[in-house]
Design a protein around this ligand. Structure first.
Ligand code: MG
Length: 312
């Protein structure tokens, strides 16, 4: 540990390799108060890639006035053109967003759905049925263009207005997203209330509905300190795609609206300790997050980033 790496002690029954789906530049920055200049974002993404991350969700093509932090997508994306071997998905809310994505040469998109009616209405201003109807032509056109489609499914465990979310409900919406043509789903614990048994129950129920584990990623929030325990449960189930946010971006501990994204560094510390390959250089990743935290003018909420930081 003196060298800033965890002791490697593998545990049985876990995958040999995990693909980290880095969401910091999109899910992280859209939840930060400060808007980061385009050049700083571009440099951050280049540093994340240099640290070994191979899937980096770069930005969002929602209406600029809805998410001002990500209003510079058209200026940012071309600055990432030199990144070889890195997938740079963008979030696309509708057909207009897909048109913008295709014009930028985007090869992977994500759509953002909800398992619950209340969140669908509050976040998308639509019922769950209406939001799926909105995604249908987006996914169909993306597939026709051979663009990979990830479907985010938020509120898979708990909903702040509806309380615990029944597993059957999540399975139903997940099935419909896959039937639309999504290549993979990311199961979101948007308010961070899930616990490991719940994770296992949902994954098992999805398998029973014919959804293969290989089509599933997990997106945990650490709001209640459960994100790594939930990740471990998912790994035991065979999940090999895990979402995380560099430096814990979007989960500022001083903001009441903290969403608590799982920090990529915390995830990497656990995975490497378990002997699971990620391709990530933890020191370089931590350095990228420290630089961005300095830009944002506050410490990183990641425990691992703080533990690996030089003494002030
Ligand atoms: Mg998140």
């Amino acid at each position: 540990m003196a060298d800033g790496l965890p002791m490697r002690v593998p545990a049985p029954g876990l995958p040999a390799r995990v693909r980290i789906h880095e969401v910091g530049p999109r899910d992280g920055l859209q939840n930060e108060k400060a808007t980061v200049p385009t050049e700083v974002k571009a440099e951050f993404i280049h540093r994340l890639a240099a640290a070994g991350l191979t899937t980096i969700e770069a930005t969002s093509l929602v209406r600029p006035d809805w998410v001002p932090q990500l209003a510079d997508a058209e200026a940012l994306y071309p600055r990432l053109a030199g990144l070889e071997g890195v997938d740079l998905p963008v979030l696309v809310p509708n057909e207009r967003g897909l048109g913008r994505a295709l014009a930028l040469g985007v090869r992977r998109i994500a759509v953002f759905g909800s398992a619950t009616e209340t969140f669908a209405r509050r976040n998308l201003n639509r019922t769950v049925d209406e939001s799926l109807a909105m995604f249908e032509p987006v996914v169909a056109r993306a597939r026709a263009e051979r663009v990979h489609v990830r479907g985010y499914l938020s509120m898979c465990f708990g909903d702040p207005w509806e309380g615990p979310v029944p597993v059957r409900r999540v399975v139903g919406v997940a099935r419909r997203l896959l039937d639309l043509g999504c290549d993979e789903l990311s199961l979101g614990d948007t308010i961070g209330t899930a616990t490991p048994g719940h994770v296992r129950a949902l994954l098992t129920a999805l398998n029973e509905e014919g959804v293969p584990t290989s089509a599933l990623g997990v997106h945990f929030h650490d709001t209640y300190g459960q994100a790594l325990a939930n990740t471990f449960a998912a790994l035991e189930h065979g999940v090999t795609t895990v979402d995380a946010s560099a430096g814990g971006l979007g989960g500022c501990p001083y903001a009441k609206s903290a969403t608590g994204n799982l920090a990529t560094e915390d995830l990497v510390w656990m995975l490497h300790g378990l002997g699971i390959e990620t391709g990530v250089d933890l020191a370089r990743l931590t350095e990228a997050s420290l630089r961005l935290a300095a830009q944002l003018g506050r410490p990183s909420p990641s425990r691992t980033v703080r533990a690996l930081s030089p003494e002030e």
